[in-house]
Design a binder for this molecule. Structure first.
Ligand SMILES: [Zn+2]
Ligand SMILES: [Zn+2]
Length: 234
């Protein structure tokens, strides 16, 4: 493979990330085949992503890998490494829409389980300075879901998707330091998860299940100085 060929492949790879923002593991695999990058092993892919990241680092961009909190699915997301505020999304959404997104994020991080009902979310349109109709609000939430910023579960409850957590990580930590907890196992932001009734630490459901499957019948909180029986996990 010569240098130009690699350059063209890299260009196509980055163009796709620029236009889509986020791809799941399968989509990355398909993209690789499409542009003719032969990655036999996971290491090959990691090396290719590293090379892509070196190319885009001067533009303060980075492709980051993340895990969807509820199902553990792997994603690759193009994130801005410098600009942390929501205003960087202003090329995609209007100021009023971003205000609504901000209110939604604020409510979701303030819940215990990281989820919010669709109707309650829609009623946030009433709290905007500049009025927005319910239909317009619903349309905006649909776009957020389509663009993978939020996720709806089977009960219609809204949570922040892996894209929000990867791209808004610093924003969330800066804005809501008192609400944002890190998972005691993987040390990543944990919104969707279980909380220890005794000490208040949080665990992702998947991280908790991994831990408790090793512990056997008696599930204990992994926090040092706690070790309380974990009640809420089946
Ligand atoms: Zn975790
Ligand atoms: Zn505990």
């Amino acid at each position: 493979m010569n240098g130009t060929e690699t350059q063209i492949q890299m260009q196509k790879f980055l163009q796709t990330f620029m236009s889509r923002g986020i791809l799941n593991a399968k989509e990355v695999k398909n993209l690789r085949q499409e542009i003719g990058v032969h990655a036999e092993s996971n290491d090959d892919l990691i090396r290719f992503v590293q090379a892509a990241n070196e190319a885009i680092a001067p533009f303060n961009l980075e492709i980051r890998k993340g895990v969807q909190e509820d199902d553990g699915a792997h994603f690759y997301c193009l994130v801005n490494t410098v600009e942390t505020s929501l205003t960087r999304l202003s090329s995609t959404y209007t100021p009023n829409e971003l205000e609504l997104f901000k209110k939604l994020v604020e409510k979701i991080v303030d819940t215990d389980d990281g989820k919010m009902g669709s109707l309650a979310a829609l009623s946030l349109t009433d709290k905007l300075d500049k009025k927005m109709g319910k239909e317009e609000g619903q349309d905006f939430f649909n776009r957020l879901e389509r663009d993978k910023w939020i996720k709806k579960d089977t009960d219609g409850k809204i949570s922040l998707s892996v894209r929000s957590i990867l791209e808004l990580e610093q924003y969330l930590k800066d804005m809501y330091p008192e609400f944002i907890k890190l998972c005691n196992i993987c040390s990543k932001i944990c919104l969707l998860g279980e909380t220890c009734a005794n000490c208040g630490i949080k665990l992702h459901l998947k991280c908790a299940n991994n831990l408790f499957s090793k512990q056997g019948s008696e599930k204990k909180c992994p926090a040092r100085d706690c070790s309380a029986t974990w009640g809420s996990i089946e």
